[in-house]
Design a protein around this ligand. Structure first.
Ligand code: FES
Ligand code: FES
Length: 139
C-alpha cells in the first residue's frame, strides 16, 4: 500500500514491534523520568532510564501517546541509550534517530521528542541526585 511505502521498514518495524514499552517507579533513586510534549501536534512522550552504579544506562522504557514515528523514535531511543554513559546519552541528536529510522522531513519533530525526552530524563536524575547529596551532607 502507498502509505506503507512512504515509510522506511525501520520505522514500521519499531512501530509494529515497539521495544521496551512500560514504566518504572519514578521515585526510585536510580530512575530518571522525562515527559515532553510536541508543540507542533500535542503528542506526548514519557521516557525513563535506570542507571547502574557506574553511571551507565541499565535499561530504558517509554510510553508514547502519539504518532507512529514518535512511537518508533522512542522505541529506538530506549534501545540506543542502553549501556551508554549519561554523558553519551546527552549527546544523542534527533537527527541521529531520524536518520536511523529514515523519517521523512515532516516527521522530524517526532524524533525531536525522543531527544528531548532523553535529556529530560537525564536532568530529572541529576536533580534527584543533587537533592540526595544535599540531604546526606546535612546529616
Ligand atoms: Fe496526530 Fe501526532 S499529530 S499523532
Ligand atoms: Fe507529532 Fe509525530 S510527534 S506527528
Amino acid at each position: 500500500p502507498a502509505v506503507a511505502r512512504a515509510y522506511h521498514e525501520n520505522v514500521i518495524n519499531h512501530y509494529e514491534n515497539p521495544r521496551n514499552v512500560g514504566k518504572m517507579n519514578k521515585d526510585d533513586p536510580d530512575v530518571g523520568t522525562g515527559i515532553v510534549g510536541a508543540p507542533a501536534c500535542g503528542d506526548v512522550m514519557k521516557l525513563q532510564i535506570r542507571v547502574n552504579d557506574d553511571g551507565t544506562v541499565k535499561e530504558a522504557v517509554f510510553k508514547t501517546f502519539g504518532c507512529g514515528s514518535a512511537i518508533a523514535s522512542s522505541s529506538f531511543a530506549t534501545e540506543w541509550v542502553r549501556g551508554k554513559t549519561l554523558e553519551e546519552c546527552s549527546t544523542i541528536k534527533n537527527t541521529d534517530i531520524s536518520s536511523q529510522l529514515k523519517l521523512p522531513p515532516v516527521k522530524m519533530h517526532c524524533s525531536m521528542l525522543a531527544e528531548d525526552a532523553i535529556k529530560a530524563a537525564i536532568k530529572d536524575l541529576a536533580e534527584k541526585r543533587r537533592l540526595k547529596e544535599g540531604a546526606s551532607q546535612q546529616q
